[in-house]
Ligand binder design. Sequence first.
Ligand code: ADP
Ligand code: ZN
Ligand code: MG
Length: 475
Amino acid sequence: MKYEAVIGLEIHIQLRTRTKLFCSCPNEYGAEPNTNVCPVCLGLPGALPVLNMEAVRLGLLAALALNAKVYKRSQFYRKNYFYPDLPKGYQITQYVGSLATDGSLTFEHHGVVRTVRIERMNIEEEAAKSYHAEDGTVLLDFNRSGIPLLETVTRPDLRSPSEARHFLELLRRTMRYIGVSSCDMEKGELRADANISVRPVGSEEFGTKVELKNLNSFKAVEEGLTYEYNRQIEVLKNGGKIIQETRLWDEHLRETRSMRVKEEAHDYRYFPEPDLMVLELPDGMLEEAEAALPELPEARRKRFISEYGLRPDIAEVMVQERDIADYFEDLAARIGDSSLAANWISTDVMRVMNEMKTDIHGFPIPIDDLAELLKMLKKGLITHNIARTVFDKMVAGEGTAKEIIEREQLLPLSDESELLGFVEEAISANPEIVEKYRKGKVSVIGVLVGYVMKKTRGKANAKRVKELLEEKLKA
Ligand code: ADP
Ligand code: ZN
Ligand code: MG
């Protein structure tokens, strides 16, 4: 029997606001523990929360980007439970009356178009962070407490671990495009719990699901789910039953292990947060968010293929970051050649960015200068080899393309008679190669072309050199 996976994700996206959700403490990463705190985010009795409307604005943008239905009125609730990282005894979250529901995200995976439905999107506050010391002491850092999160829950529409990873990557890219979150998983700005069950292919019914926690990277999402998928199939094949439970993915042992078995639905005794009014979106707020929404990565990827004729794999690379996509369109327009722009960005420009550990804003060559270089290449004024040499010198800050080419006399040999001189020299200096060529091993001509290129320091047009060599050798 063949089994398929059924997967749904519960995602927390940290909203990139200046201050926390209900107080004016900074929403910042890496500060000394317990320095960004106040009575509100410490949960002291009697402290009153004030809603940060910037978090609402970002939540709206995210909801619109996921095609969700946004509600003019939504409400905050107290979700009651006690945990050391939540000493006030409840989390302020949304419950009935979500910010948005019924969204979707459509993507292409291995050539198949897939749509994942988003059940709901809720704004809620983060808890504190606990550290478990070796001697058993628990340390609490309240800097994170009260940071705004957007809880985003999908329907069980994903069908494989790699699809789940792809979905999450696109979600991250989308959130980054619209500036809602940096979604840096290492900093906990994007977190996902994954629910997975298996069922025989063709069956409509869902199996019993297991919830996976501790998936701290895209790799962990895919590997944890793959492990769990295989484990569940194994259990079923041996006549066993899947029990509904929460399991932890252990990246080092590369296995999941049971954390707790879910007996009943938790009773959190939700009730409306009495210290906050019903959230009623001010007039124009939704319209402003709609107007602020940029073209989204998936739409842009499709347009790059249809409008510029980019290869699908190159288009994928060009839309990975919004700044890169903008840079690509700008450069393509300046040189009037989109595939030349995409090729240089996806190779040399990205290589330099990686080496220098910078983004496109820190790329050392001004876009004007890069465009000038590529225009010269496009016009055939310089060869590809020379262009790369000049590019490296530009990166090193040695000047503009024109300056470097003039200073180092890198303009190509356009004088045919001069070129012929080198061709003849190549023939007379390599008699054994010439003989091989004449005996039918025509591929050795590359050696002669290489000889000329070396002698001219790459300034000759290799294609023309080859033609001239062929003419001479056939004569
Ligand atoms: P719960 O009652 O445990 O909170 P929900 O129905 O609210 O369960 O779903 C929680 C998450 O689990 C959602 O992301 C949903 O898509 C996913 N899910 C629900 N049922 C299944 C299933 N049978 N297999 C896999 N995932 C599921
Ligand atoms: Zn505070
Ligand atoms: Mg639920």
